[in-house]
Design a protein around this ligand. Structure first.
Ligand SMILES: NC(=O)c1ccc[n+]([C@@H]2O[C@H](COP(=O)([O-])OP(=O)(O)OC[C@H]3O[C@@H](n4cnc5c(N)ncnc54)[C@H](OP(=O)(O)O)[C@@H]3O)[C@@H](O)[C@H]2O)c1
Length: 373
């Protein structure tokens, strides 16, 4: 059974405020999920019901209380997300992270109890009232995070942890520039770079986001809407940056590389400047042009410049149980110790998924958007 969900555009989540939570009714035998049958706009997000699957060996079934929305989910919907095509194809249920309680355990899972409060990463499929995932993707919910906050943490904080501590390894005192510093991953990067003892410059696209980037711990915030990004970046770090974290893609990649100091590292983890801020569908000529214009870094130049370019997509790493265990143990320890805080969240009923997508695509949101099934 399926029905369409529509976007009511023109409002940011904070204008809407904390949206009242509407519980979708799902019988014990059925789940409710968002399904995308083919690439498209917001009208391609369909709400459907399906029988609840039993967990297989080594798997955990989670009764989902909240679902983190990621910018990448919108690219999945548009049919442009490579790992979604590789692992799932069509139809697909988007969603990389959830929180909830353990509903059932598959054979061989003995270290979790039914009813345990958890959060988890999902390689797609998270937009659902019930998910089944491998045990290695499930973690104890930190006491400091509500279910809504917990759903906004695992994929996003793992992305930030991997970028900073597996790839960049900033030293204390390092100058770190974080683009989109008031967003989901950006806010986590700012917080973690401060834990690492770095001096952090956050870049935001609108003045309303300055306070969020500062609250995450940024020492300086550059507001691209009122300031010249790279002039201000040079003023704050005349010798260049030790680390720059860039998910803009073509709009800033070349300049990010140029503003590294010797031994500096550019971590590339997204390309959102290729995407539309409204309408929900790609602008194909712009996309093609941006693809052609995306810099290709030359190893000869990189060697002479002593600059590194590092890149990754976490969705390809979810079966790396060693990385997940290490990263999530560190993240949970920091949360428990109060060194790391959950992000600010705004909730939407699952039925309003189209509005959540329109809002995150608008580029106006701060913190994390969370769906409540
Ligand atoms: N590689 C990975 O494993 C991985 C994992 C998670 C996320 N990501 C990527 O990280 C980025 C952030 O993801 P998120 O979920 O945390 O989203 P988010 O930062 O909460 O929201 C996206 C932000 O990107 C900027 N933006 C959006 N559309 C834009 C456009 N067309 N042109 C320029 N800037 C635009 C806006 O911030 P400003 O205007 O303030 O810059 C916007 O608020 C995305 O590119 C996502 O794909 C990658």
């Amino acid at each position: 059974m399926s029905r369409s969900v529509t976007a009511r555009g023109g409002h940011t989540p904070y204008e809407w405020g904390m949206v009242a939570v509407a519980q979708m009714s799902s019988s014990p035998s059925h789940l409710t999920k968002v399904v995308v049958h083919s690439a498209g706009g917001h009208d391609h997000l369909k709400l459907e019901t399906a029988p609840i699957p039993a967990p297989g060996p080594g798997q955990v079934s989670i009764d989902v209380r909240a679902i983190g929305v990621n910018y990448a989910d919108t690219i999945v919907r548009m049919g442009l997300y490579a790992s979604a095509k590789e692992y799932v194809g069509w139809p697909i249920t988007p969603g990389f992270e959830v929180s909830g309680t353990v509903a059932a355990l598959g054979p061989g899972v003995t270290d979790l109890a039914v009813g345990a409060e958890v959060f988890a990463v999902t390689r797609f499929g998270g937009y659902s009232s019930r998910v089944v995932v491998d045990r290695s993707q499930v973690f104890r919910r930190p006491a400091c995070a509500s279910f809504e906050q917990a759903a906004a943490i695992p994929a996003v904080y793992m992305t930030a942890w991997y970028a900073l501590f597996e790839l960049a390894h900033p030293r204390p005192g390092a100058k770190v520039l974080v683009h989109s510093a008031a967003g989901g991953v950006g806010g986590a990067l700012v917080q973690m770079a401060k834990i690492a003892g770095c001096e952090v410059v956050g870049v935001v696209g609108t003045s309303q986001k300055i306070a969020t980037a500062k609250a995450a711990g940024a020492d300086h915030v550059i507001d691209k809407s009122t300031q010249s990004l790279w002039r201000e970046a040079r003023r704050l770090a005349p010798d260049g940056y030790d680390v720059i974290l860039d998910a803009n893609g073509v709009a800033t990649l070349r300049d990010s590389y140029r503003h590294l100091r010797r031994a500096g590292k550019l971590v590339v983890y997204g390309f959102h400047s290729m995407m539309p801020k409204s309408g929900g569908r790609p602008n194909w000529p712009k996309l093609a042009l941006d693809y052609v214009r995306t810099p290709r870094f030359n190893p000869l130049d990189m060697t002479n410049d002593s600059h590194s370019v590092l890149a990754f997509n976490l969705s390809y790493l979810f079966d790396r149980a060693d990385l997940l265990a290490e990263g999530m143990a560190q993240i949970t320890a920091w949360l428990d110790a109060g060194k790391l805080a959950p992000p600010p969240v705004v909730t939407y009923p699952l039925a309003d998924v189209a509005r959540a997508h329109a809002d995150i695509e608008s580029g106006k949101t701060v913190g994390k958007l969370v769906l409540i099934p």
